[in-house]
Design a protein around this ligand. Structure first.
Ligand SMILES: Cc1ncc(C[n+]2csc(CCOP(=O)(O)OP(=O)(O)O)c2C)c(N)n1
Length: 551
């Protein structure tokens, strides 16, 4: 039976297990909205800004490991959503962004709100597909979903001319295509890696985003670390993959870690980089290890051949499923050289010591007491979401991620991801606590998605570090242009009242002493909460004060 392309598109999404889409409506894809109106399989979540819709799709994908889906209108909608496309590429997250387009007969005339998406997204998306012909909707949807997932996940943009969506077609739905997957490594490869580990006095396992964040990957990482006596450092924003209180935990390679910590890692004689792309943040600007030829023996294991050999010459470059390699290593416990235990302690002790939070001697409020209170109170499987900014540093430094917690950060460092990704996570897991750390800068970028949280009952607990500043940039100004503060000061609304005006609960914390009880109240409230944490600007990061930078 012939049917409207828009209806076929929605059916195709349903067979791809899409049960929720995020959107800002637009006249350019009215037919899809009409088709979604009748869908029992797919919930439509209407957002307040296309960056919010894109970031919610991204957040949903980070939680489910399936492609997130967002629909936006042409020109202005698509350009608003572009931040999520960029982040999906940087963070290697599967995202399918559907964009409306002018009617086919008007393409190329610079029509109202027309954009050439192939050009616009060429540097961000893995692919951009324009569907000219209704009969090809199933084929292109199937391709978009598989391409978003593998080999390295990322964004795919699908462009929908509005007149095409109204066409009729007999084309049938196509079942999802098989996602190509790297297999396990050959026994000879595992033998070779195991031999390198066995003779290494100071090995370091660097675990990254591909294949390790899943429950299976986390289990394999822990088992391999224990069986092979390997210290584990986690790449940028992947701090939740390994129990942070484990004696083999060697720390999180956050943005610009202290020099002493980097020097410790560089003492290693073998680096096993597993499932990581060895990107700029993790490698501290391609110095950890040194690019292009590391001083250490580098074993680089990834399921995507394009991610190996880009910036590093590896002694062994292996294309394989990272979790399967870790499982294979876990099955053959090695006997480590005598000096290994001391090496593991050398890496672990400073991290473990820095993890404990003690009240600062100056008594000023920062995010430390919030993290300390949360560490005592949150569930073992709580989901943490961080926007981009220095405020997240206290969570990274002081919160002992259990290995079951989920951390949704932004490898691409984009502000604005926090509120939308939190909403998506809370909708996906209403039974889990969703704790969201945000700055006062990021709060007014996409904080309006608090309205979406209230509208759909997403019980996010947001803690805003309200230091009256784009603090991270202020820190850089103090380092590069001491005292010349410009364009970083902010005058904020009363965030507690702001939250209440949306229908959320608004709370505030003005002193260290108040932190435990307010955190308790925030967690106990049955609904979205915003806590205005009146942090002191002098505590510019968990490692420095402004006074120390100026001194
Ligand atoms: C979308 C976007 N714009 C600008 C930046 C540059 N940037 C990085 S951190 C930061 C300041 C963040 O301020 P805030 O949210 O108040 O957190 P704080 O740094 O004070 O902890 C800015 C502007 C960015 N990363 N993303």
């Amino acid at each position: 039976m012939p049917r409207r392309a828009a209806d076929l598109l929605v059916d195709c999404l349903a067979v791809h297990d899409v049960d929720r889409v995020f959107c800002v409506p637009g006249e350019s894809y009215l037919a899809v909205l009409d088709a979604l109106h009748d869908s029992n399989a797919i919930q439509t979540v209407v957002c307040r800004h296309e960056s919010g819709a894109g970031f919610m799709g991204l957040g949903d994908a980070k939680v489910t490991a399936r492609p997130g889906v967002a629909f936006v209108s042409r020109g202005p909608g698509a350009t608003n959503a572009s931040i999520a496309v960029h982040v999906a590429e940087q963070d290697a997250v599967p995202l399918v962004l559907f964009v409306g387009q002018v009617p086919r007969g008007e393409i190329g005339r610079r029509s109202f709100q027309e954009v050439d998406y192939a050009k616009t997204f060429a540097d961000m998306a893995k692919a951009v597909y324009l569907i000219h012909d209704a009969a090809r909707v199933p084929e292109i949807v199937a391709r978009a979903f598989v391409e978003a997932r593998a080999p390295t996940p990322g964004p795919v943009v699908v462009v929908l001319p509005e007149d095409m969506l109204e066409d009729s077609t007999e084309a049938p739905v196509i079942e999802p295509l098989r996602v190509p997957q790297a297999g396990p490594a050959a026994t000879a490869d595992i033998d070779e890696i195991a031999a390198l580990i066995a003779k290494a006095e100071r090995p370091l396992l660097l675990a990254g985003g591909s294949g390790i964040g899943t429950p299976r990957g986390r289990k394999a990482l822990l088992a391999a670390s224990e069986a092979q006596q390997l210290p584990v450092a986690l790449t940028f924003k992947r701090q939740d993959y390994f129990p942070n209180t484990h004696p083999n935990y060697a720390g999180h390679l956050g943005f610009k870690i202290p020099k002493a910590a980097a020097a410790r890692y560089l003492e290693s004689d073998l680096i096993l980089a597993v499932g990581t792309r060895l990107t700029e943040a993790t490698t501290q600007g391609y110095t950890l290890p040194a690019s292009p030829v590391p001083r250490q023996t580098l074993v680089h294991i990834h399921d995507d051949p394009r991610q190996i050999g880009r910036n590093y010459s590896a002694a062994k470059a292996l294309v394989a499923d990272p979790a399967a390699v870790l499982e294979a290593l876990a099955e053959r416990p090695g006997k480590a050289p005598a000096k290994r235990a001391a090496w593991i302690r050398t890496l672990n002790e400073p991290v473990a010591k820095a993890m404990a939070w003690t009240p600062p001697v100056d008594g000023l409020l920062d995010m430390g007491p919030i993290v300390a209170a949360l560490a005592k109170r949150v569930d073992n499987d709580a989901i943490f979401v961080t926007d981009a900014g220095n405020f997240s540093g206290w969570l990274h430094r002081h919160f002992p991620f259990s290995g079951e917690h989920l951390l949704i950060g932004c490898v691409g460092g984009a502000m604005g991801i926090g509120m939308p990704a939190s909403v998506a996570a809370a909708l996906r897991h209403p039974e889990r606590q969703v704790i969201h750390f945000l700055g006062d800068g990021g709060a007014l970028m996409t904080g309006s998605e608090l309205a979406t949280a209230v509208q759909y009952g997403a019980h996010v607990k947001t803690f805003i570090s309200n230091n009256g500043s784009y603090g991270t940039i202020r820190m850089h100004q103090e380092i590069a242009y001491r005292g010349r503060v410009h364009a970083t000061e902010l005058r904020n609304p009363d965030f507690a009242k702001w939250a209440e005006s949306f229908g959320a609960r608004g709370l505030s914390i003005a002193s260290i002493e108040e932190a435990p009880s307010v955190v308790e109240r925030a967690l106990a409230h049955d609904g979205p909460v915003v806590v205005d944490v009146k942090t002191a600007i002098d505590h510019i990061s968990p490692f420095a004060t402004i006074a120390s930078l100026q001194g």
